[in-house]
Ligand binder design. Structure first.
Ligand SMILES: C[S@@+](CC[C@H](N)C(=O)[O-])C[C@H]1O[C@@H](n2cnc3c(N)ncnc32)[C@H](O)[C@@H]1O
Length: 270
């Protein structure tokens, strides 16, 4: 790396994460939302656009094509029927706002560390203004954070690789979740199952019990569902099970292993 590149690299505050979150909206997110997401999928849905069938646990999109990850999020909410939901790293707010439209009786909130991301979220969903808040999930736990029955993230932790930040984020998500945590992330970017077991056995999670399940949406997306209570779902035993059927990315898996290796769990006697 030449000197100029090195200086620019060092100037970046969060240089081990995939993005500089302070410039993220203008640099990447807005363009990707328009070009990659909205060109193929209905990203925003209002009241009456979608319905959920509790008997089958499936979403009826009434002909609209939703991103499989959004389907997974909405179906998980419908199946669990929490009283409240919080999205960590809500970005432009489309998922949580769609959840609010589909399930008006559930209190939905979204937090993000990017002020410009939240500006975008408010511009796309002005009626949700009071439900959005600036929140860095890698900060020490704050009692001001909303506590909800279900907490989820979509495409957030997979981009966090600075020091042990993704462990801190995971632990915080459990601290603000009364019952369940859902991770809709690229499952090759972290060893989510192994990392959660490490956090659990090291005493970093506040729940008395943790059960891991494979969350599956009706259009193919998969995620990790951690629950305080047992559920009748497919148990998730390993990262290999979570990654079944995927073409392995050697680069991502190596980075995930390096991230995991930085952890020191609990208080190990010497
Ligand atoms: C790839 S975007 C995904 C946004 C949204 N979940 C979606 O699916 O459209 C990642 C988001 O995570 C947010 N983020 C990154 N680090 C965060 C942190 N430590 N705490 C809260 N949000 C964070 C970013 O600002 C950004 O909005």
């Amino acid at each position: 790396m030449n000197l100029l590149k090195r200086l620019l690299y060092k100037k970046r505050k969060f240089y081990d994460d995939d993005f500089d979150w302070n410039n993220y909206t203008a640099d990447s997110y807005h363009r990707r939302l328009k070009q990659d997401v909205e060109s193929q999928y209905q990203a925003r849905s209002g009241a009456g656009d979608l319905s959920f069938d509790p008997a089958s646990g499936r979403l009826d999109t009434k002909g609209a094509v939703l991103h499989p990850n959004q389907v997974l999020i909405l179906e998980t909410i419908g199946r669990l029927q929490p009283a409240s939901v919080h999205e960590v790293g809500c970005g432009g707010g489309d998922h949580i706002s769609t959840a609010q439209a589909l399930f008006p009786e559930i209190m939905c909130f979204g937090g993000d560390r990017g002020a410009s991301q939240l500006d975008l979220a408010v511009s796309r969903h002005p009626h949700m203004r009071d439900r959005f808040g600036l929140q860095d999930i890698t900060m020490p736990y704050s009692r001001d954070w909303p506590k909800t029955d279900l907490v989820y993230s979509q495409a957030v932790l997979m981009h966090i690789h600075t020091a042990v930040s993704h462990f801190v984020a995971l632990s915080n998500m459990f601290s603000v979740a009364n019952n369940q945590v859902l991770l809709v992330e690229n499952v090759q970017c972290h060893d989510f199952v192994a990392d959660l077991h490490g956090l659990w056995s090291g005493g970093h999670l506040p729940w008395p019990d943790m059960h891991l399940y494979l969350a599956e949406g009706s259009t193919g997306a998969r995620g990790v569902l951690a629950s305080r209570v047992e559920l009748s779902m497919t148990r998730l035993e390993s990262d290999a099970q979570l990654r079944e059927g995927q073409k392995p990315s050697a680069r991502r898996l190596k980075r995930a292993a390096e991230d995991s290796a930085r952890a020191i769990f609990g208080f190990a006697r010497i």
